[in-house]
Design a protein around this ligand. Structure first.
Ligand code: F6R
Length: 240
């Protein structure tokens, strides 16, 4: 895993956005997108001046809450529209997320799995890190062979994400997420981790055992992952 550390979270986000731009300009055709607080400054940098020309791209988000239709203000579809898509002069030709409002979430997960497969997988996948070691919504216990599916969110994840909702009770119990194996098949991954609250998790990712109890640890077995972190998140890493 390649590691690049910056003094501030904003510098880290700017560098990550520059890397995404470079990949887009270099001709990737599928881009995997993530949501969450960490990605907001990345998207702010990426959309500057109307953003890169994304017309050749098919985008696939990692995950979506079950029970939130696309127009729900806390849905990841809404997040993506607000954080990125609506600001772009040349938006992607396709931008997909699982439909959290689908009447049959299991069937929707299978549809989304097939869609990503039919696109030939992901050229560049953006990833954030959950404090409990989740990537996408692959919570602890998710094995290396897990595929796109419906999952139950860990209570700590619901608590961490409650800031995007009026009340913690409003945070859905379930989500549709790409699996660890889907992420591992991405040609390249860009992991952005910032803030002191992630320091323990990042140290475990890089130095702990590779195991389902901490799904992000599987990234160490991926052949092309770039980790971009700020000094706070990297505080407990051994010098690279
Ligand atoms: C979001 C996602 C999650 C987040 C993670 C970190 O699409 O897949 O794995 O990346 O929960 O979230 P923040 O950045 O809010 O700490």
């Amino acid at each position: 895993m390649k590691r690049i550390t910056f003094d501030t979270a904003d510098q880290a986000a700017a560098a990550a956005a520059a890397m995404v731009r470079e990949a887009i300009n270099g001709g990737i055709t599928t881009l995997g997108l993530a949501t969450g607080g960490t990605m907001l400054p990345l998207y702010a940098h990426l959309r500057a001046d109307g953003g890169p020309d994304m017309r050749a791209l098919r985008c696939f988000n990692l995950d979506e809450y079950v029970g939130l239709p696309p127009d729900h203000p806390a849905s990841y579809q809404h997040y993506m529209n607000e954080a990125l898509f609506r600001h772009l002069n040349h938006p992607p030709r396709e931008a997909h997320l699982p439909d959290g409002g689908a009447p049959d979430a299991q069937a929707e997960a299978l549809r989304y799995r097939a869609l990503v497969q039919s696109a030939g997988g992901i050229d560049l996948q953006l990833l954030g890190l959950g404090r409990n070691g989740h990537i996408a919504f692959n919570e602890p216990g998710s094995g290396r062979d897990t595929r796109t599916r419906v999952v139950t969110l860990a209570e700590e994840t619901r608590a961490a994400n409650a800031r995007f909702f009026d009340r913690i009770e409003d945070v859905p119990q379930q989500a549709i997420t790409m699996g660890v194996s889907t992420i591992m098949k991405a040609r390249r991954c860009l992991l952005l981790v910032t803030g002191a609250a992630k320091a323990d998790a990042l140290a475990q990712l890089t130095d702990g055992p590779i195991e389902a109890a901490f799904p992000a640890s599987f990234l160490r077995e991926h052949k092309d992952v770039t980790l971009i972190a700020d000094a706070e998140a990297a505080a407990r890493l051994e010098a690279a």
